[in-house]
Write a protein of this length. Structure first.
Length: 389
């Protein structure tokens, strides 16, 4: 609290088109704070003038969330020189003053080493270190320097998993004593669950049994192993359908076309269905009616799609990376990221045992997990303020 009122915490807008997981993270966070920690934090979202209206409108419908649009927060307006050379992002600082901000939540943006605000730096993962070949030299160095500046500037470093915290402290030991793990949990808003899953599946011409892969088409999401697994199944006379949704990587937009061309060339158009970027309500509908969630990713900080599957009790077929094992425990079927044979085996067995059109609802434990997420976040923000005196 600040002077008896809710603490006003600044967020920058995360585009659903560019990073659906980040957008859904913030949307769930704001709703969780409102429901489980009322009066603790007022989220103030600083968006660009060119940000998507529907994204902003959805956030604005959450009670107590405030939104300010300014050209200073458009992607093309980002100028990293001032925060580094002069210690402050002057345009952002001016906007923060106008909205009476008490603290700042940094997500992929550094506001300066001499900012006067207690700041929490959210570092979702260390992918640039684990998979450096997936980054250009410039992008890798920019990300690494940004993390180092945040750590050197005394930020509280918020991570989404114990796995990410271990990676962080191994690569950035100066962060020791200033890290906090806040594990995301998902409870979709009731209006997002009103769509009939059977109708949505029919809209996309999906069979009664299908696997759902709602990952954006970034290279580390590893769609290739899925296509290889489908080829193995097809060669043995088994037909399994994978429905994939998600936006192309804005840094590699041609990747989705290359993947789909391969699907066509190998004759798997019926087994691998790309639905494009679909409404969030339809994402939840397809997840609830699926045979299982499929996430073959090579790297995650904390998978939003896995968390959403857990909320509905949807079976999961996951790559056996550390964070997936931490997140799902023994409640998933695991395969190595480069083992299409193991993945094919899981898909075949689950498709045989599946009950068609079983529509799953939220599990009873969701409420408690989301409450813990919200309270841990509030505690992290309060800790950051105490460190700044």
């Amino acid at each position: 609290m600040s002077n008896g009122r809710p603490l006003r915490l600044a967020f920058t807008m995360i585009s659903r088109q560019r990073w659906a997981g980040g957008y859904n993270y913030q949307r769930n966070l704001f709703a969780a704070l409102r429901q489980h920690c009322p009066g603790a934090i007022t989220p103030v979202v600083f968006a660009g003038e060119r940000d998507d209206f529907s994204d902003l409108e959805a956030l604005g419908r959450i009670p107590d969330v405030e939104i300010l649009q300014s050209g200073a927060f458009d992607r093309g307006a980002l100028r990293p020189i001032a925060p580094i050379c002069f210690g402050q992002d002057f345009a952002a600082a001016s906007a923060f003053r106008r909205k009476q901000i008490d603290a700042v939540f940094e997500a992929a943006r550094f506001f300066g080493w001499s900012t006067h605000y207690p700041s929490i730096a959210w570092i979702p993962d260390m992918q640039h270190l684990a998979l450096p070949h997936l980054f250009s030299t410039r992008a890798r160095w920019r990300r690494d320097i940004g993390f180092r500046l945040q750590i050197m500037s005394g930020r509280t470093i918020m991570l989404s998993s114990e796995s990410a915290e271990r990676d962080c402290l191994k690569s950035y030991p100066n962060a020791k004593g200033r890290t906090a793990v806040v594990k995301f949990a998902s409870e979709p808003a009731p209006e997002l669950l009103k769509v009939d899953p059977v109708e949505v599946a029919r809209k996309y011409e999906l069979p009664p049994n299908y696997f759902y892969l709602p990952n954006q088409f970034w290279r580390h999401k590893n769609h290739q192993v899925v296509i290889d697994a489908l080829a193995l199944l097809s060669s043995s006379g088994k037909r399994v359908v994978v429905a994939a949704s998600g936006a192309p990587d804005p840094n590699e937009p041609q990747l989705v076309d290359k993947i789909m061309q391969q699907v066509v060339d190998r004759g798997h158009e019926q087994e691998f269905r790309y639905l494009g970027m679909i409404p969030l309500a339809e994402v939840y509908a397809l997840l609830r009616a699926s045979t299982a969630l499929l996430n073959p990713s090579r790297f995650e900080g904390w998978s939003t799609t896995v968390e959403e599957a857990k909320s509905f009790g949807v079976p999961m077929v996951l790559s056996s990376i550390d964070v997936h094992r931490e997140q799902a425990g023994g409640k998933a079927h695991y395969f190595d990221v480069d083992d299409p044979l193991s993945l094919a085996d899981h898909l075949a067995k689950l498709s045989q045992n599946s009950e068609p059109t079983l529509i799953r609802n939220l599990l009873p434990d969701v409420h408690a997990r989301v409450a813990s997420f919200a309270s841990d976040f509030v505690a992290t923000v309060q800790c950051a303020r105490q460190r700044c005196g």
